[in-house]
Design a binder for this molecule. Structure first.
Ligand code: BDR
Ligand code: CA
Length: 308
């Protein structure tokens, strides 16, 4: 069990990841960020979902916009206008302490022990790193859901070349991925390969998960042409629990920050020397490019199933 801070723009698959993390990891705090929903809504969602699953941890409020770009539209088409499928009454307010300060202080207090798990845009992590570069060598590891490298045609989901979390704040992603922080990347190449059906979700016997996932399931069927829900964010927790089920490569990774491929993640493919090398001085990151989907799915379902 790792000590984790979960950084999230909490929508439906984030909620599944949070439920899985609550069962299998030691969550020290939840830091929220804009992304699927505005950050104020993310704070409210985190409070509501934690109540639903009986999790009592600090919830913090992070960045409300990207580092450099204007704020793009939210992902209400996938996650509903409230981010959790528009099925729950939310009585909570959006007040919360400062997420970036929480990350910095927690890492400083427990050097070498904190795993940062980021399942939304990477703005909070980039801000923490910029505000307090001394924490960079103190972070144990960073695990992110984001990016796409083209395996099995998984090249993008928000544009043909970009994945949502990276596209929302490509500058933050590029800073983080080209820093000295050790990052494990769970891109669409693996997260889109692990899908659960409506029936799988019902069998978990957790009415709140069934309720919030109905709109997401409809979106997958109508817009993406498959029956089920890609587990996306949950794969960060699967990696922590079962890294042996993933195939990885080591490579420096950069992000395109302008032009028609805005938000595209690139890894270094050529072994040849280049006159200008944008990967020079970037450390190799761990990239997951294949997954044993059945094992990952079964372990997730087994862990979340509530037996009466
Ligand atoms: C990512 O985009 C968001 O909508 C999901 O929550 C996930 O983090 C998948 O591209
Ligand atoms: Ca997310």
């Amino acid at each position: 069990m790792r000590k984790i801070i979960l950084d999230t723009d909490i929508g439906v698959d984030d909620a599944f990841a949070l439920a899985y993390a609550a069962k299998t990891q030691n969550i020290l705090g939840i830091t929220t960020v804009f992304g699927n929903v505005p950050v104020a809504q993310a704070v409210k969602n985190a409070k509501l979902f934690c109540r639903e699953i009986g999790l009592d941890v600090p919830i913090l409020r992070g960045c409300s916009r990207p580092l450099a770009l204007p704020l793009h539209a939210n992902a209400t088409d996938v996650h509903g206008s409230d981010g959790l499928g528009d099925v729950l009454d939310n009585p909570f307010d959006d007040r919360a302490g400062n997420a970036v300060d929480f990350i910095i202080e927690t890492v400083r207090a427990q050097p070498g022990e904190i795993t940062l798990v980021a399942i939304g845009p990477l703005t909070n992590l980039a801000c923490a790193m910029n505000q307090a570069p001394d924490i960079i060598p103190l972070v144990k590891e960073v695990i992110i859901m984001g990016g796409a490298f083209g395996t099995h045609g998984h090249a993008g989901n928000v544009t043909p070349h970009s994945e949502f979390n990276i596209w929302k704040d490509p500058h933050a992603a590029d800073q983080l991925l080209s820093s000295a922080l050790p990052v494990v990347i769970l891109p669409l190449d693996v997260t889109h390969e692990v899908q659960i059906s409506g029936e799988d979700i019902r069998e978990l016997n957790q009415p709140v998960l069934t309720a919030i996932s109905q709109g997401y399931l409809r979106y997958s069927l109508e817009k993406e042409g498959f029956e089920g829900m890609a587990l996306h964010d949950t794969l960060t927790i699967s990696w922590l629990n079962h890294p042996q089920w993933f195939t990885t490569v080591q490579s420096p990774v950069r992000v395109v920050t302008e032009g028609i491929t805005l938000g595209q993640t690139l890894r270094k493919l050529t072994p040849l020397a280049s006159r200008y090398d944008p990967f020079a001085h970037c450390r190799a990151q761990t990239l997951c490019l294949a997954v044993q989907a059945t094992q990952v799915k079964q372990a997730f379902l087994h862990s979340l199933r509530l037996v009466n």
